[in-house]
Design a protein around this ligand. Structure first.
Ligand code: AMP
Ligand code: GLY
Length: 427
């Protein structure tokens, strides 16, 4: 099968790496990809939101499967576009990624909260407000327990959630979101919700909107500083399997969260072929949904896919032909850890274009996934983002896997490079 993967981060490098292991993968194209994906497939320059160009490419190159990495094209309707007739042209292939309607599970916090309420899926209590009931919202906040969580309804590049320790701060945030439109349209509606105390974990599912398979889970480390301190980032590292995500906890996740979510999608006739990323809070052994994402996570994918033994391309075919429920999911033995190397200054301002020195790939069995890298005009590999490289290793324990990744990171260098040395500290 010929595959087109959309995206350019560490997640996409890991997806590309996993798909090229499959004997069902003939040609792999990545749009736009990065220098890491260029090593295992063909990068093509197409903008992720140029749906017409993507459709033309699929027709010209006889693409069988389009795998959508990030959320933006999904929320903007790429799946609906590629499965429809446009300008009298129809491409007949599989898209891995939900329809725009179903992608609102990620694209609108208010939508996802209402969905969870309709299907009795455990989540934090909440209320939603716009400019129309702004005064009511202020009263709601003033009486709310602390901390209180404010969320811009729409996509806000991961910055739309604020956890306030004081009512004054919460009221200021509320005003800047709704009145000053801090995130534009995305914050014209705000969800205010209870703070859940617990440990955050993620579970990844592939579904056809009827059946599903769990393809992995992970715990990620969001803060920039060691000891889980400092600013939030997109993720500084991940581990899997997570010791406390034992059979009992996973049974609860399935019966209280995954099954009702998939049943809810089916009952409400959503077209959903793709991944669901369940962002969960483990509150004293009880799982609650913090958020849904309609895609895989980054850097979670870099740890989840190396552990997954099952052929990913076969899973996509099974998702499409109705045999997903009969597929057998298997995992590699041992523990996996990803440690992320980031640019100095990240998640605040940082410089790009720093020359990256990588060790000889043959010196270890760890995987180095490119996230924010590019090739400069001289053909050198340079930094091109906050999160630059993800190093994934497997070993008998989480601690040993982290040590292995750190040993590889010792041999990687670029000016200002930083990574957390304490990923997996609690295990
Ligand atoms: P989200 O964009 O919904 O993933 O929120 C970003 C982060 O805010 C999450 O990963 C959590 O760490 C935190 N968060 C969101 N909602 C809550 C909540 N209700 N209680 C505690 N933490 C939360
Ligand atoms: N690592 C969190 C995300 O991909 O949304």
């Amino acid at each position: 099968m010929n595959i087109l993967l959309l995206g350019s981060g560490g997640r996409e490098h890991a997806m590309a790496w996993k798909m090229t292991q499959s004997h069902h993968c003939d040609k792999l194209f990545i749009a736009p990809g990065n220098p890491g994906t260029a090593l295992i497939g063909t990068n093509v320059i197409i903008a992720l939101t140029d749906f017409e160009a993507i459709q033309n490419f699929c027709l010209e190159q006889n693409i069988d499967i389009v795998v959508v990495g990030p959320e933006e094209p999904l929320v903007k309707g790429i799946t609906d576009f590629l499965t429809a007739t446009n300008n009298n042209k129809k491409w007949n292939g599989i898209v891995v990624g939900p329809s725009a309607n179903a992608a609102q599970l990620e694209g609108s916090k208010a939508f996802s909260k209402a969905f969870m309420k309709r299907h009795q899926i455990p989540t934090a209590g909440y209320a939603e407000f716009t400019l129309n009931n702004f005064e009511e919202g202020k009263k709601y906040i003033a009486q709310h327990s602390l901390p209180v969580v404010l969320k811009a309804d729409g996509l806000a590049a991961g910055k739309g959630v604020v956890i306030s320790e004081t009512h004054d701060e919460a009221l200021q945030v509320f005003e800047s979101m709704i009145v000053d439109k801090q995130f534009g349209e995305a914050s014209s509606k705000v969800v205010i919700e209870e703070f859940l105390k617990g440990i955050e974990v993620s579970v990844f599912v592939l579904t056809n909107g009827k059946d599903y398979q769990i393809i992995g889970h992970a715990k990620d480390y969001k803060r920039i500083g060691e000891g889980d301190t400092g600013l939030n980032t997109g993720g500084m590292g991940c581990v899997t399997p997570v010791p406390f995500m034992d059979e009992l906890f996973m049974q609860k996740v399935e019966s209280k969260i995954i099954q009702p979510t998939v049943d809810g999608l089916e009952k409400e006739n959503f077209i959903y072929n793709g991944f669901i990323f369940f962002g969960l809070m483990n509150c004293n052994g009880e799982p609650y949904v913090i958020e849904y994402n309609c895609r895989l996570g980054d850097p979670e994918t870099e740890v989840v896919l190396p552990r997954l033994e099952t052929d990913l391309v076969s899973l996509f075919a099974a998702m499409d032909n109705g045999t997903l429920a009969d597929t057998n999911i298997t995992f590699h033995e041992g523990s996996f850890a990803t440690v992320m190397a980031v640019s100095g200054g990240y998640p605040q301002d940082y410089e790009k274009n720093k020359i990256i020195h990588l060790p000889d790939a043959k010196t270890n069995d760890s995987l180095i996934f490119h996230a924010g890298t590019k090739q400069n005009e001289a053909g050198e590999l340079v930094t091109n983002g906050g999160r630059v490289l993800a190093v994934t290793s497997q070993s008998d324990t989480i601690t040993l896997a982290v040590e292995k990744s750190k040993a590889v990171l010792e041999k990687i260098s670029f000016e200002g490079m930083y990574y957390r040395r304490d990923i997996g500290w609690e295990f």
